[in-house]
Design a protein around this ligand. Structure first.
Ligand SMILES: Nc1nc2c(ncn2[C@@H]2O[C@H](COP(=O)(O)OP(=O)(O)OP(=O)(O)O)[C@@H](O)[C@H]2O)c(=O)[nH]1
Ligand SMILES: [Mg+2]
Length: 301
C-alpha cells in the first residue's frame, strides 16, 4: 500500500486502535483479556473473531520467554488475517469484457467507486467502460459522466427513468464492440428491505447475462465502512438476492470502528476486493489484510 494510503487508513481506524493497543502491549491477564474482548466486540468484530484474537494474544504471552516468537499484538494481527480467509484470485480478464456490477444501499459510494476502479485499471493499461445504470436519479448519470470526463473513461448511459437493465445491456454491447477489457456497471442505491428493488437488481443481472456469456463476472457490494454492525444484515440480504462475489468497503478514512469488515467476510464467505479511504481516484486500493489488521490494532506498516 502507498504510504499516504496506509496513513489515512490508520488514522481512520484510530478509534479502535486506541482502544486496544495498550491492552496488547503488555501481558494479558484475565481482566485485560475481558477488556480486550469487549473492545473488539464494540468495534464490531463479532464474538467469534474477538475470541480468536484474545486467545491468540494470550497464547503469545504464555509461551516461555526464551521461545517467544511473537508479541500479543503480532499474534492478534495474525488472528485477524486468518479470520479474513484467503485473498481472492486476481481479476481474470481473459474473457473480454469482464463485467463488474456494483451494488449497494444509497450513498455507500458506488458511483465514486466505479470511477476510481476505472481510473485504477486504466493506469494498469486496461481499457474500461462505465455503464451508468442508475437511471433513477437524473443527477446520477451526470455524476458518473463528470467523473468519466475528468478521468478520460468511456461511459454509456440512458435517459432518466430508462430501464437500468437496458442500459446495462447497451453498455456491455458497446464494451464488446469496442473491445474494452472491463465494463463497470454503476447501479442505483437501493434499500435492501424493499423486495421490488431487489427484484429490479436481479433483472439487471439476468439481462446482463444475455448481453455477454458469463456476465456479470463479478457482483461487488459497496459497503459504507462507517455503518458498523448494521452492514452485516445489509450484506446478507444482497448476497441472498444476487450472490455476491466480492465486497468493497468505503469510508474507512472516517470514523469507522473497522471490525464489521471481518464480521461480514465471515458471515458471507466473500472476500474484500478493495477499500476506500477518501474521495480521490487514488483513494481506492486493493484490500491488503495485513495492512488492515495492523491499522485497526494500531501497529506500524
Ligand atoms: N471520505 C470518503 N468519502 C467517500 C468514499 N467513497 C465515497 N465517498 C463519498 O460518499 C458520498 C457518496 O458517494 P457516491 O459514490 O455518490 O455513493 P453512491 O453509492 O453512488 O450513492 P447513490 O447513488 O445515491 O446510492 C460522496 O460524497 C463520495 O465522495 C471514501 O472512501 N471516503
Ligand atoms: Mg450513485
Amino acid at each position: 500500500m502507498a504510504g499516504g494510503f496506509f496513513e489515512r487508513l490508520k488514522s481512520g481506524l484510530s478509534r479502535t486502535a486506541e482502544a486496544v493497543a495498550n491492552l496488547l502491549a503488555r501481558p494479558i491477564d484475565a481482566q485485560s483479556a475481558e477488556q480486550l474482548r469487549e473492545r473488539l466486540i464494540a468495534a464490531d468484530f463479532g464474538p467469534a473473531t474477538a475470541e480468536e484474537v484474545v486467545v491468540a494474544a494470550q497464547a503469545a504471552w504464555k509461551t516461555d520467554a526464551a521461545l517467544r516468537k511473537t508479541t500479543p499484538a503480532e499474534a492478534a494481527v495474525a488472528a485477524i488475517v486468518k479470520a479474513l480467509g484467503e485473498a481472492p484470485a486476481a481479476l481474470d480478464i481473459s474473457a473480454k469484457p469482464q463485467v463488474i456490477m456494483l451494488l449497494g444501499v444509497n450513498g455507500a459510494g458506488k458511483t465514486t467507486t466505479a470511477a476510481k476502479l476505472a481510473w485504477r485499471w486504466q493506469q494498469e493499461n486496461r481499457t474500461c467502460l462505465l455503464g451508468a445504470c442508475d437511471t433513477f436519479r437524473a443527477a446520477a448519470g451526470e455524476q458518473l459522466s463528470a467523473w468519466a470526463d475528468r478521468l478520460g473513461v468511456q461511459v454509456v448511459g440512458g435517459a432518466a427513468g430508462a430501464d437500468p437493465a437496458a442500459v446495462a445491456f447497451d453498455a456491455i454491447k458497446a464494451g464488446t464492440a469496442r473491445g474494452v477489457d472491463i465494463v463497470v456497471l454503476d447501479t442505483a442505491g437501493r434499500l435492501h428491505t424493499k423486495a421490488h428493488l431487489l427484484e429490479e437488481l436481479r433483472k439487471v443481472v439476468r439481462v446482463t447475462a444475455k448481453a455477454c456469456v458469463g456476465a456479470p463476472h463479478e457482483k461487488w457490494l459497496v459497503l459504507d465502512g462507517s455503518l458498523g454492525a448494521n452492514s452485516i444484515e445489509q450484506a446478507k440480504v444482497f448476497h441472498e438476492a444476487v450472490g455476491l462475489t466480492g465486497l468493497i468497503v468505503t469510508k474507512l478514512d472516517g470514523t469507522a470502528r473497522g471490525g464489521a469488515l471481518v464480521a461480514v467476510v465471515r458471515e458471507l464467505n466473500v472476500p474484500v476486493r478493495f477499500i476506500g479511504v477518501g474521495e480521490q481516484p487514488a483513494d481506492l486500493q486493493p484490500f491488503d489484510a495485513q495492512a488492515y489488521a495492523r491499522s485497526v490494532l494500531g501497529l506500524g506498516a
